[in-house]
Structures are given as structure tokens and as C-alpha cells.
Ligand binder design. Structure first.
Ligand code: ADP
Ligand code: AMP
Length: 211
């Protein structure tokens, strides 16, 4: 099974990805996670991310291309945060065509911008990959990761000024992809404003039908 998780920042893509990976044993390919790793040794990437801007298409496409060549994706993948521009979507189509891989669906997790802002403002993350929310998904001990005990931090690009920029970038460059995937007959609308469990049930029901 090969799926894309699509939606604005804060929609719950990463949260749902964890649940999907656990249940269906597919590989989670988050370009955001890949760039958070890359930015440690690349100032250009770090600056673009901190400003809430997109990384140039060529860089993104090259990175995904390499990743999709690895053997572990053969059992299925879950793309999260990619594609984000029309050029990226077209490049992905080319890659998949070459490898003879078919996309099953694009889950469009939608939430109103006001909700995205609330979610992002309260998101706290751990270096180990765990993610929390100060109201909606609290860690057992405030400010500490349940899994490894490390301090939780706020992502640099989750600061209020940057969030507005990221939502504008989403509206201008990423949202148009909905029509692209609608035309391809791949969009599955998911109401992301529900609680996590209900969002997951809706996703799981679609996966069951596609199998
Ligand atoms: P994305 O990967 O789409 O940017 P995340 O999965 O990181 O979004 O979720 C953003 C924040 O919202 C996180 O702090 C997460 O705990 C919280 N969250 C995710 N899904 C829900 C939900 N259905 N209801 C309330 N809060 C949620
Ligand atoms: P995310 O974790 O998906 O919210 O992504 C965090 C940041 O990583 C984005 O704001 C961009 O700066 C960068 N990024 C992630 N995925 C992409 C992509 N597909 N294209 C361009 N930039 C990306």
C-alpha cells in the first residue's frame, strides 16, 4: 500500500502517520523529518525552515528520489509533507511510473486555519521523534518526553510569526495540489478536526476498502 498524507501544517499528518505505521507496517517518509536532520549540517536549509519557506523543488525531489530507491519502501510507504508543489507532484508521478509503483490514495486531512494555529502553537516535540500537545496530547510529566524522559521543545518554525507564513505558503503553493489529485481520482477527504481516534478510524476504513 502506498499512500500520501496531505494537509496544512498542524492537520495531524505526523500524528496519524505514527498510528498507520504501527498498524500496517509501512515506511513513514516525512520530508519534514528528513530536512530537520539535514538542517543540522546545512545552513541554507536551516534558514529556509526557520522562515517557514519551502526548500527548493530540485533539492526535495532529489532527496525523495534517493529514498524511494531503498528496499524498505517495497512493502509500502506513507509520504508525509511531500509533494508540496505542483512540480514535486509531477516529479513524484515520474518516479513512480519508472518504478512501476501505484499510489492507492491521497488522504487530504483538512482543518480550519484557526485550529491549525492552536495545534501548532501547543505542539512540543522531543529529539527522539515523539510529539505532544500542551492541551490535546499532554506528556505525563510536563515538559518531559514519556518515551525517553528528555526535555520537550517547541520547533523553531512553530513560533507564531512563522506559522502564519507557513499557512500562506500552504495556501499558495500546496493547496492547488488538491485539484491535481482530485483529477487523478486519488483524493480521500478526511475531517481532521475530529479527535485523533476518529481521524484514524476514517483513514483505516479507507485502507480496508482499498485492500
Ligand atoms: P502535522 O504533522 O500535520 O504538522 P501533527 O501531527 O504534528 O501535525 O499535529 C500538530 C499538533 O496537533 C500536535 O501537537 C498534535 O499532538 C496535535 N494533534 C494532532 N492531531 C490532533 C487531533 N485530532 N486533535 C487535537 N490535537 C491534535
Ligand atoms: P513539516 O514537518 O512537513 O511541517 O515540514 C517542515 C519544513 O520542512 C517546511 O516548512 C519546509 O521548510 C520543509 N519541507 C518539508 N517538506 C517539504 C517539501 N516537500 N518541499 C519543500 N519544503 C519542505
Amino acid at each position: 500500500m502506498n499512500y500520501i498524507l496531505f494537509g496544512p501544517p498542524g492537520a495531524g499528518k505526523g500524528t496519524q502517520a505514527k498510528k498507520i505505521v504501527e498498524k500496517y507496517n509501512v515506511v513513514h517518509l516525512s520530508t519534514g523529518d528528513m530536512f530537520r536532520e539535514a538542517k543540522k549540517s546545512d545552513e541554507k536549509i536551516s534558514a529556509l525552515m526557520a522562515a517557514g519557506k519551502l526548500i527548493p523543488d530540485e533539492t526535495v525531489v532529489e532527496m525523495v528520489q534517493k529514498r524511494l530507491k531503498k528496499d524498505d519502501v517495497k512493502n509500502g510507504f506513507l509520504l508525509d509533507g511531500f509533494p508540496r508543489t505542483l512540480n514535486q507532484a509531477k516529479a513524484l508521478d515520474e518516479m513512480l511510473k519508472k518504478e512501476n509503483i501505484k499510489l492507492d490514495a491521497v488522504f487530504f486531512i483538512s482543518i480550519p486555519h484557526e485550529e491549525a494555529i492552536k495545534r501548532i502553537a501547543g505542539r512540543r516535540v522531543c529529539g527522539c521523534g515523539a510529539s505532544y500537545h500542551i492541551h490535546f496530547l499532554k506528556s505525563k510529566i510536563e515538559g518531559k518526553c514519556d518515551l525517553c524522559g528528555s526535555d520537550l521543545i517547541q520547533r523553531v518554525d512553530d513560533k507564531e510569526e512563522t506559522v502564519m507564513e507557513r499557512l500562506t505558503v500552504y495556501d499558495n503553493q500546496t493547496k492547488p495540489l488538491i485539484d491535481y489529485y482530485k483529477t487523478a481520482g486519488l483524493i480521500v477527504n478526511i475531517d481532521g478536526a475530529q479527535d485523533e481516534k476518529n481521524v484514524f478510524e476514517q483513514i483505516a476504513a479507507t485502507i480496508k476498502n482499498k485492500k
